[in-house]
Ligand binder design. Structure first.
Ligand code: SAM
Length: 230
């Protein structure tokens, strides 16, 4: 199991300005969210709150939660005492009324869950009818790219090691095939409106791009969904 408490500071610092989060995942989520002025948004697995901060700058009202107490502490520092933040697990009952959010954003969290049904049912419950779940996960092709002998169709655990701001951490995820993701969304009452494999930001500093990526616009890392609650 991955506990972000063990490397919260290092992860947060890295995430703020690295290629994968700062110039790819977060800009893509902000782009998919579009016009959010006046919308009430729940950031599920908010980490230290960089996406919440960006959405708030665009005029949204945000609330968030994360399983890691240290990440929530960092989010509180970033977002201020007035922001509603909780330490809790996605998958457990959420302390929000039915139909209380216009959107839920969930960046890079679902792949930590073996079972998506309980989590998605709760996120659907707190969304207004027509509200959106905008989410990113590990692209399922990565499992086969890293381990060509792996069974793509099995929901299985895999781990990899990253260095965040000089600190090494092992992340353990649940791989699931694409159809299992879309089936889970549909079963929880969502309609799929968009699957995205977005480019990285055109503002990415050249020195962040490995040499083989110079001249390209995209790389394989995450898969993004926009879903509508009905
Ligand atoms: C890759 S980080 C992304 C953080 C944030 N969404 C962002 O994009 O900056 C994944 C986050 O998910 C949180 N997380 C993992 N499993 C969780 C769960 N079951 N419930 C709530 N948060 C979880 C971790 O603590 C961590 O903060």
């Amino acid at each position: 199991m991955t506990d972000y408490d063990d490397f919260a500071d290092a992860y947060s610092t890295d995430n703020d300005s690295n290629l994968t989060n700062g110039y790819y995942e977060r800009p893509a989520m902000i782009d998919l969210a579009g016009h959010v002025h006046g919308r009430r948004i729940l950031d599920a697995g908010c980490g230290s709150g960089p996406l919440s901060a960006a959405l708030r700058e665009k005029g949204a009202t945000v609330a968030g939660f994360d399983a890691s107490a240290k990440m929530v502490e960092l989010a509180r520092h970033r977002l201020g005492q007035d922001t509603e933040l909780h330490v809790m697990d996605l998958g457990e009952p959420l302390p929000f009324a039915d139909e209380s959010f216009d959107d839920v954003v969930c960046s890079l969290v679902l792949h930590y869950l073996k079972d998506w049904n309980g989590a998605l049912t709760e996120l659907h419950r707190v969304l207004k009818p027509g509200g959106r779940l905008i989410t990113s996960v590990n692209h399922p092709i990565i499992h086969k790219m890293i381990d060509p002998k792996a069974d793509y169709f099995a929901i299985t655990q895999r781990s990899d090691t990253h260095t965040f701001n000089g600190q090494t951490a092992t992340l353990t995820y649940w791989h699931r095939p694409l159809h299992a993701m879309t089936d889970a969304f549909t079963q929880a009452g969502f309609r799929l409106t968009r699957i995205s494999e977005p480019p990285f930001s055109p503002h990415t500093p050249k020195e962040l791009l490995p040499p083989h990526m110079q001249g390209r616009t995209s790389f394989l890392s995450f898969l993004f969904f926009v879903l509508e609650a009905h």
